[in-house]
Write a protein that binds this ligand. Sequence first.
Ligand SMILES: NC(=O)c1ccc[n+]([C@@H]2O[C@H](COP(=O)([O-])OP(=O)(O)OC[C@H]3O[C@@H](n4cnc5c(N)ncnc54)[C@H](O)[C@@H]3O)[C@@H](O)[C@H]2O)c1
Length: 383
Amino acid sequence: MTRRTVRIAMNGVTGRMGYRQHLVRSILSLQQQGGLDLGDGTTLWPEPVLVGRREHALRAMAEQHGIEHWSTDLDAVLADPSVEIYFDAQVTSAREDAVRRAIAAGKHIYCEKPTATSLDGALELARLAVAAGVKHGVVQDKLFLPGLQKLKRLVDGGFFGRILSIRGEFGYWVFEGDWQSAQRPSWNYRAEDGGGIVADMFPHWEYVMHETFSRVRTVQALATTHVPQRWDERGKPYDATADDAAYGIFQLDGGAVAQINSSWTVRVNRDELVEFQVDGTHGSAVAGLRNCRVQHRSATPKPVWNPDLPATEAFRDQWQEVPDNTEFDNGFKAQWELFLRHVVLDEPWRWDLTAGARGVQLAELGLRSSAEGRRLDVPELSL
Ligand SMILES: NC(=O)c1ccc[n+]([C@@H]2O[C@H](COP(=O)([O-])OP(=O)(O)OC[C@H]3O[C@@H](n4cnc5c(N)ncnc54)[C@H](O)[C@@H]3O)[C@@H](O)[C@H]2O)c1
């Protein structure tokens, strides 16, 4: 076996996503399994170079995980020709500038969503990456979740017949931060810092709908801020200027209607933190992060509306679990592996910065739809 080392500048690794999902669960986990077997006698060895603003935090993390290289000087890391990939999981508002610099330095780009804070900015990044001839990608982790992979399997297998509707329910209660600390960073609740649930979640919903069903043609959304005051990481009160709940209706190519609620101000009475119910002429499914249950038309009960009687059937028991039939790895790691293969072996890859821009576009149009109180077309993007 020959070893092919790929050095990756990882910016934003002290954050929730950067640390847990990308550094620990993806890159370090690939190292723990001995690298990525490319199947041609080569093992790809990903080597992180940690980048960030806070020296003490980076040093402590590097020591804890035995990582040799880290720096607070992004430009110096980008000037190092042995670094091939720039990865960005910083706060959203810091991404565009850093990714631009990385493209200018000729690095391949992989980054978290949303790729920028505006559609213009996101498209510009895609154009710059194409013009520079670098490889580029955006995280679309939900596609690699077991529940959504099973759902996609059902769609591809023709289970649903004609798909009529999709109802998505995402959310949980994010504590305000006063009497119990908040479980998400405070910038998420400040519009001026790139926060807001539309900017955060509509990019996910765009690729979930696009890849699992079909392209989104229109959006109608109502975004609101239910909790106007929160307390930050230091216990200081601040005005929550960003939307913390969004109620969206989307029309898809082919006629299906998707309705997705996203909220940080609901309490969970579901099996999973996100669930999608898909109803088709031949069957229905409810998919979450891990599980997926189905009901075929041949097994559909015939409820009769009668409010005078208690419910006679346990409706939720009438669904059947879809088996795994395979092993599912961590979704972030699975996508990292495909990106690394794309970079080194030139394997096909479609989750690029243009796909990232589609997510930003849906978020931008969702917010505009809400502000203007009307349904908007979602034009196809071209670079
Ligand atoms: N794919 C997903 O499921 C998913 C989930 C959550 C967040 N995200 C995305 O990941 C990115 C990071 O989110 P997070 O929840 O990890 O955030 P976080 O606040 O936990 O981490 C942010 C990181 O950015 C760094 N940073 C750089 N400039 C900063 C600045 N000016 N102010 C504050 N921090 C700064 C921080 O040091 C930290 O490393 C966001 O773009 C978010 O949209 C993706």
